[in-house]
Design a protein around this ligand. Structure first.
Ligand SMILES: [Mn+2]
Length: 330
C-alpha cells in the first residue's frame, strides 16, 4: 500500500465537514467522489460514519464511493457493528442462538438504542432499498488494517486479537457465513466454541476494566458507568486507576487499578504508529505519544465545539504534531 495516507477520524453523519476536510487535504471532487490528483494519496477512514449527525446516508455514500474506486480504505466502527446487530435476528438463518441476548435481535430495541440508531434510519427515509444496500456495504468493512509501517482500527490494537482473526481468516463479516459470524461476534460468555466476541470488541470498542466497589462516574450522555476504558498503550503494572483509565473529562481516584488488568498486554513505545478514533477527545489535536494517534475530536459532540481531524502520514515512524489537518464542526 502507498505510504502516503490520510487517516480520518469519526464522522458520525457530518457530511459537510467531511467534504471540507477532504478539500483541505487536497482531494478533488468528481462524480460524487473525491480523489487525490494522480491517485497519489489514499484515505483510511477509521469508522463511525453513521448516527448522531443528520447526514449518515451522504457520508456512507461518499465513503463507499471512495472505497470502491480504490481512493480509500474504510474500517468498521462500533456504530456500524451496532447497526448490523440492530437488524440481525438472534439465530438468523439457522445460526447459533446467543442466550445471553434478550429480545429477538442482536441489539435490544430499547429506548436508548433506538434513539441512537433513529438518526441513521431517518437519513434513509423513503429509501429502504438503499438502506438495505448500506447494511450490505457495512458487512464488508474490515476490523483493522496492518502494514509494515502502521496499524489502524476504530478503537484498540491488540496483538492477540489480531493473530486470532488472522488465524481464523476473518477480517470482516463477509469472510464467511454472515449469520454465523454475527453469532460468534456476539457470544460474550463463550456459549459456543470459537467465540469472536473479544477480538472484535477489542478493535471496535477497546478494552475496559470494572471499577472497584463504590466507584462510578457519569459519561458525556449522563449515563452512570461502573466500567472504564483503558489506556491500552501504557504498561498497566503499578499504575493507579486514574493513570490507567481513559475517560476524557472524568477524573477517577488515584487508587490501585483492578488486579485483573495489571498484567495485560499493551502497545509498546517501540512499535509502529497506530491510528484510531472512538475516544471523544476535545480541544486541539495532539499526539498521545510519538507512535499513538487518536483522531476522534468529537465533531458530533453536543457542545458543538468539536473538530473533524485527519493525520497526514508519509511513512514516518516518529509521528509529527504538525501533520494534523482539521476543520471545525459546523
Ligand atoms: Mn466509536
Amino acid at each position: 500500500m502507498n505510504p502516503s495516507i490520510d487517516f480520518i477520524g469519526d464522522i458520525h453523519g457530518h457530511y459537510d465537514e467531511l467534504r471540507l476536510l477532504l478539500a483541505k487535504l487536497g482531494y478533488v471532487e468528481s462524480a460524487g467522489s473525491f480523489r487525490y490528483p494522480g491517485g497519489a494519496r489514499t484515505v483510511v477512514f477509521l469508522g463511525d460514519y453513521i448516527d448522531r449527525g443528520n447526514q449518515s446516508r451522504e457520508v456512507v455514500n461518499l465513503v463507499r464511493a471512495m472505497r470502491d474506486s480504490g481512493d480509500a480504505v474504510a474500517l468498521m466502527g462500533n456504530h456500524e457493528f451496532n447497526a448490523l446487530c440492530f437488524w440481525q435476528l438472534n439465530g438468523a438463518g439457522g445460526s447459533h442462538v446467543i442466550h445471553c441476548i434478550r429480545g429477538g435481535y442482536m441489539r435490544e430495541h430499547s429506548f436508548n438504542k433506538v434513539a441512537i440508531h433513529a438518526k441513521t434510519v431517518e437519513s434513509y427515509k423513503g429509501r429502504k432499498q438503499e438502506f438495505e444496500e448500506m447494511l450490505g456495504f457495512l458487512r464488508t468493512l474490515p476490523f483493522f488494517l496492518e502494514t509494515d509501517l502502521f496499524r489502524a482500527q476504530h478503537a484498540c490494537f491488540d496483538h492477540g486479537a489480531a493473530r486470532t482473526l488472522d488465524a481464523a481468516g476473518i477480517h470482516s463479516f463477509s469472510d464467511g457465513d454472515f449469520n454465523e459470524l454475527m453469532a460468534r461476534a456476539n457470544d460474550q460468555f463463550n456459549e459456543y466454541d470459537a467465540s469472536l466476541f473479544d477480538p472484535i470488541n477489542y478493535f471496535l470498542k477497546g478494552p475496559e476494566m470494572d471499577l472497584p466497589d463504590g466507584i462510578t462516574f457519569r459519561d458525556g450522555e449522563n449515563v452512570l458507568r461502573k466500567r472504564a476504558r483503558i489506556r491500552w498503550w501504557i504498561d498497566p503494572k503499578n499504575k493507579t486507576l486514574r493513570e490507567l483509565a481513559f475517560q476524557p473529562g472524568v477524573e477517577l481516584p488515584a487508587c490501585e487499578a483492578p488486579a485483573e488488568v495489571c498484567g495485560r498486554d499493551f502497545y509498546g513505545e517501540g512499535e509502529r504508529p497506530v491510528f484510531f478514533g472512538h475516544y471523544w477527545l476535545t480541544g486541539m489535536p495532539r499526539l498521545i505519544r510519538h507512535n499513538v494517534c487518536c483522531l476522534d475530536y468529537s465533531v458530533a459532540g453536543y457542545r458543538g465545539d468539536g473538530r473533524l481531524v485527519a493525520y497526514r502520514f508519509d511513512g514516518e515512524q516518529e509521528l509529527d504534531e504538525s501533520k494534523f489537518v482539521w476543520v471545525e464542526a459546523i
